[in-house]
Structure formats: structure tokens, C-alpha cells
Design a protein around this ligand. Structure first.
Ligand code: G6P
Length: 609
């Protein structure tokens, strides 16, 4: 969702804010704006459209004086993208400016409250209520004022607030929306995430829910809800600054696809020691895993698809029942869980609103919780009982790639550990899989070296498709789900995934001459079955692109196009299929001229319901 950034220092704030916003643009890009304290007043520039418009209007920040400021890049929730609805929002007396990420759920109630007291709203946003409330509650002390404002708000918010009479500092407030404070020398910052600030600092503190920070040039003070100062221990970010740069690739997505061998290596290697899976800091003992009655995997988007792969993997190896739920469903369906069940929460960002709510629901029901998260210190990582960090590094492209494949790796490591703890896997299979996991980075490298050309060519052939059907059985079905999402989210081609065996129950009626069917068939035991389905759609005119592994020759005669992936243990094949399908989605979108890193209507981190 929206990205916010703030700066208090001695340099001109506007160019620094724009630099931060450029790195946050993946969070929202329908409008942007910034405000700085300039002399006795707040100056603000905001505009509809991409950040480039704001850069133009401000001459890259050069025409705005002031060394304290806040900036925002928007993903609209309340009110269409327009100049007026863009952030910041300023109070009627001009003394307070606010940028916001999240949703103020009681905004209509607040609007009534403020309107009855003579305030007039200029925009359609929920955020404007915060600016107005700040003016209404202003008591002379900003911490006290913001505390009163926060007490009135329901929903989720990360706020940056400027006050014209504190020209050396600004304020930040947080509840259920991500916000970090960056500590520099003679300058301090806030941002929605760390990569936005890595070129400026590596030292960060995290704000907890309901905390308010005063961020000044030479001081950062954090207050709790009782207005007491909270001591904070800074931590050093290990992420590489280049993570927030494209490094010569045309898009972050392509860069991140190519980073997968390293990301997988970083995620897998530390957890396999002398052939044994070592889950590191995760506390539950083998005895705990031996006795669990079941596992619920809960996530959104691609992380949910990773969960579906995880179900196939864990059930087959550990013989323990695994349910997979969309977090937005789990949180409201009164799930049957409790102490005997483990809830595995998967989230790249660690901030997805529904996933966070699902985690809280699982904890409320007394289930043990284990989160698979990429962003260190994120809300889900902090609230789960146990955390397994995928070490993918920052992911910028909206469509996840390395975030997803490292989640698969994490699930395989955890699944194999559980299988061993339950005595469900023999020594040979265990050792074989542990070894195979270690070879995954090389295998992904092979896909990137050997399959790119073919996939690029196929993409040039199929980029005009209007519909695509992804089919597969078992793990291949799970892989097909992610492949279909990748294609539709960045190319806008309508794509759906179906369990191949289900085609006959309705979907086959959609197949006509030239329909594109992507058949994922890496599973030797199910290859013949999928082959029959390929023949069924072919005989109704479909063009079949088959993605297969060492069983490729079976399909050669029937598929119109064949992509043969490197040999790998079939239990791990979804990782290789994912990489190939990412490339297919990427190159088809590139051929269609789509804005791959910023697909329409989407945002990377979905911090609202
Ligand atoms: C958004 C992203 C997806 C991601 C999903 C869940 O929709 O575009 O790529 O899979 O959110 O995000 P999470 O950070 O919880 O994994």
C-alpha cells in the first residue's frame, strides 16, 4: 500500500524525500506529494500520477526550501487518484501536514464529529480527518496532541506529521502498518520500509503499535501511550544497498528472478548441517512436532500458493494432515484450532493485514504459531511464537519471485524436519532430500541459463493471447496456480489454474481454437494422466505449452511447445517450475509493453483489508 518517508536534517529535504519515494514507489503509484517546513510555514506540492510528475513539479526537489519534510506515494483507498486526494493533507490553519499509510476505519464517524465542530473536508480521503483532528486537539504539546488523535482513530496507520512550529523535527505514529525510523549523523528519517533508506543509513529502530516518535535532526525520542519515553535499541540492517537498485536489469522483477539461486542458497544452506536439518532458533522440539494433530497454513496471494505446495510436500513426507487457508477467510471463519495444532503463517513482507489478523486469530485460539517471513522485524515476525526467516533480501517488484521460491524452500526444510521428528521418513529418503535441497540453487541457475531463450521465444509467440489456462496435477497443480497468477498480474491476460482432472467438469467448455493451455507436468507418477488431459484440450483446438522435466519425451508428440526443465527430485520440482513460469509471465508482459514492476491497481505490501 502507500509509501511514506520523512527527513529531518540540515540539507534540503525535498530531493532526499524524492529519493526515498522512488524506492517506495512499488507500494503505490497513483499519486504522490511532499511537504516541508519552510520558514514559518508548511509548503506542499502534490499531484496525481507517477512520481515523475512530482519530480517535474518540484524541479527534482530543488524549488522547495526547508530541511524537514514528509513525502508520500499513494495507492488509493478512499477517493480516486486526484491532486486533491493525494497526500499530504494539511489542516485548515496550515500548521499541520499529514501523510498516511493504512485505513482509518471510523473515518465517517470522525467526519461527522469534525463537521459538527465546523471543520470542512476538501478531499474524499480518510487521512484528512487526521490532519483536522490534529488541529482540533492541539494542546501546545505535539506528543500529547498526537496521543489524543491516536485515541480517536480505529484502523491501521503509519503517520508522518509535520508541525510548522517545530522546524527541526517531525512526528511519526504507528499502529498495524509498517514504519521504521532510520538513524543518521545529523539527520534522521522514517520510511515504510528499510530499502528506502539504505543509501542513507543502516541503523534502524522499529516502532511498536501505539508508539509516537519525535524525529529531529539530532534526536529521536519514542513515547508510549502513557507519553513515557521508551528506550530503543538500534539494529544494523544487513541488506545490501544495491537491493534497491535495478543493477542494469530493465526491471526489478527480472533482477529478482535472477537473484533466486543466491536467495535459495542463503535460505537453505544455514539450515542443513552435516546432512541434518537444523531449524536454528526455532524452539519447539522434535517431540512437539511428533505430537501435533495437524497443521494449518495461512497466507495471501503467492504466499498462499506456496502453502499449497507445502501441503503436498508435508503431507506426503510427514503424514500429518495439513490445511491451507487464505488469510482473509481464515480470520473470519472461526477456525477449529488449538494447542494441538500448528499454524504456519507465510508472508514475504510480514505486514499483510489479513495475514497478520489470521496470526492473531490463531494465537487467540491457542494454536502454536510459526511464521515464514522475509522482512526481519516485521509485524508478523514479531508477533508469531516462532519465525523462520527466508533470506531472499529485499523484494521490490510487486510480483513476488524470490520471495515465493524461498518460501517453498522454507516449507521443504520445515516439512522434512517434521517428517523426521515423526519418524515418517526413512534415512535414505531424508538424506537424499537434504542433499537435493542443497543442489536447488544450481538447478535454478540451469533454468536461468538453459530455458530463458526458449521461454522468450514462446512469449513472443503467445503475447497476444486473451485467455490462458494453467493445468497440472498434485504439486504441478500448485505450481500452475502460481504460474497463472504471475501471468495475469503483470500481463493482464485472463489466466486461471485448474487441477487437470477437473477440466472435464466445466472448464473444458471454454477451450476453443487457439486457446493457450500451459500444462505443468513434472510429476512422473501422474504424467500419463495429465497427458490424457493434454490430448483432450488439443482435440478441441487448444495450443498446449507443456512444462516438464526428465519425462519430457512423453509429451513431445502431443504438446505444441515443450519446455524441459533440469532433472530434480519431483518433490522439489515446483521451485523449478516457478522460475520457468515467472520467466514466461515476465517475457509475455514485456512483449505486451506492460509496466511490469508497477502493474495497474496492485501494490506489493497489502497493509489494508
Ligand atoms: C501482494 C503481492 C503478492 C504477495 C501477496 C502477499 O498481493 O503482490 O506478491 O504474494 O501480497 O504478500 P506477503 O507479503 O504477505 O507475502
Amino acid at each position: 500500500m502507500c509509501g511514506i518517508v520523512g527527513y529531518a536534517g540540515s540539507d534540503r529535504a525535498a530531493p532526499i524525500l524524492l529519493e526515498g519515494l522512488k524506492k517506495l514507489e512499488y507500494r503505490g503509484y497513483d499519486s504522490s506529494g511532499l511537504a516541508v517546513v519552510s520558514g514559518p510555514e508548511i509548503k506542499m506540492v502534490k499531484t496525481k500520477g507517477r512520481l515523475a510528475n512530482l519530480c517535474r513539479l518540484t524541479d527534482d526537489g530543488k524549488n522547495l526550501d526547508g530541511s524537514v519534510g514528509i513525502g508520500h506515494t499513494r495507492w488509493a483507498t478512499h477517493g480516486e487518484p486526484s491532486d486533491l486526494n493525494s497526500h499530504p493533507h494539511i489542516s485548515p490553519d496550515g500548521r499541520f501536514a499529514v501523510v498516511h499509510n493504512g485505513i482509518i476505519e471510523n473515518y465517517l464517524e470522525l467526519k461527522e464529529f469534525l463537521t459538527a465542530r465546523g471543520f470542512r473536508f476538501l478531499s474524499e480521503t480518510d487521512t484528512e480527518a487526521v490532519a483536522l483532528l490534529t488541529e482540533y486537539y492541539f494542546s501546545g504539546d505535539m506528543i500529547d496532541t498526537l496521543q489524543k488523535v491516536a485515541n480517536k482513530l480505529r484502523g491501521s496507520y503509519a503517520l508522518g506529521v509535520l508541525f510548522s512550529q517545530t522546524p527541526d523535527a517531525f512526528y511519526a505514529v504507528r499502529k498495524d502498518s509498517p514504519l521504521v525510523v532510520g538513524l543518521g549523523k545529523g539527520a534522521n528519517y522514517i520510511a515504510s520500509d528499510m530499502p528506502a533508506l539504505l543509501s542513507r543509513t543502516r541503523s534502524f529502530i522499529l516502532l511498536e503499535d501505539d508508539e509516537i516518535a519525535l524525529v529531529g535532526r539530532n534526536v529521536v525520542r519514542v513515547y508510549d501511550r502513557n507519553k513515557e519515553i521508551v528506550p530503543k535499541e538500534p539494529f544494523e540492517a544487513t541488506w545490501d544497498e544495491s537491493a534497491a537498485e535495478k543493477d542494469g536489469y530493465p526491471h526489478f522483477m527480472l533482477k529478482e528472478i535472477h537473484e533466486q539461486p543466491k536467495a535459495l542458497q542463503n535460505t537453505i544452506k544455514p539450515h542443513i548441517k552435516n546432512g541434518k536439518i537444523d531449524l536454528g532458533a526455532i524452539k519447539p522440539t522434535a517431540d512437539y512436532f511428533k505430537n501435533i494433530a495437524g497443521i494449518d497454513i495461512v497466507a495471501c496471494g503467492s504466499a498462499y500458493h506456496a502453502g499449497v505446495v507445502g501441503k503436498y510436500f508435508i503431507e506426503e513426507l510427514a503424514r500429518v494432515p495439513v490445511g491451507v487457508d487464505l488469510a482473509s477467510e481464515f480470520r473470519y471463519r472461526r477456525p477449529i484450532t488449538g494447542e494441538s495444532r500448528l499454524t504456519v503463517i507465510i508472508s514475504q513482507s510480514g505486514e499483510t493485514a489479513d495475514t497478520l489478523a489470521a496470526l492473531r486469530e490463531a494465537k487467540r485460539a491457542k494454536s502454536k504459531t510459526l511464521a515464514i517471513v522475509n522482512v526481519i522485524g516485521s509485524s508478523i515476525a514479531r508477533e508469531a511464537d516462532e519465525v523462520f526467516y527466508t533470506l531472499a533480501g529485499p523484494e521490490i517488484a510487486v510480483a513476488t519471485t524470490k520471495g515465493y521460491t524461498t518460501q517453498l524452500a522454507a516449507l521443504c526444510l520445515i516439512g522434512l524436519y517434521i517428517a523426521d521428528a515423526r519418524g515418517a521418513v526413512n534415512t535414505e529418503t531424508y538424506a537424499g532430500l537434504a542433499g537435493d535441497l542443497l543442489t536447488l540453487p544450481d538447478k535454478v541457475n540451469c533454468v536461468l541459463k538453459e530455458n530463458v531463450g526458449g521461454l522468450q521465444y514462446l512469449s513472443s509467440v503467445h503475447h497476444g493471447a486473451t485467455h490462458a489456462f494453467f493445468i497440472g496435477r498434485g504439486r504441478d497443480y500448485a505450481a500452475a496456480m502460481e504460474g497463472s497468477l504471475k501471468l495475469k498480474e503483470i500481463s493482464y491476460i485472463h489466466a486461471e489454474a485448474y487441477a487437470a482432472g477437473e477440466l472435464k467438469h466445466g472448464t473444458i467448455s471454454l477451450i476453443e481454437n487457439g486457446s493457450l493451455v500451459v500444462a505443468v507436468c513434472t510429476e512422473p507418477a501422474l504424467a500419463e494422466k495429465t497427458l490424457s488431459n493434454i490430448r483432450e484440450v488439443k482435440s478441441r483446438g487448444a495450443h498446449v505449452l507443456a512444462l516438464t522435466a526428465n519425462i519430457g519425451q512423453k509429451f513431445a508428440a502431443d504438446a505444441d511447445s515443450l519446455v524441459v526443465l533440469p532433472d530434480v527430485n519431483p518433490l522439489l520440482s515446483p521451485v523449478l517450475s516457478a522460475v520457468a513460469l515467472q520467466l514466461l509471465g515476465y517475457y509475455i508482459s514485456a512483449a505486451r509493453g506492460c509496466d511490469i514492476d508497477k502493474p495497474r491497481n496492485l501494490a506489493k505490501s497489502v497493509t489494508v483489508e
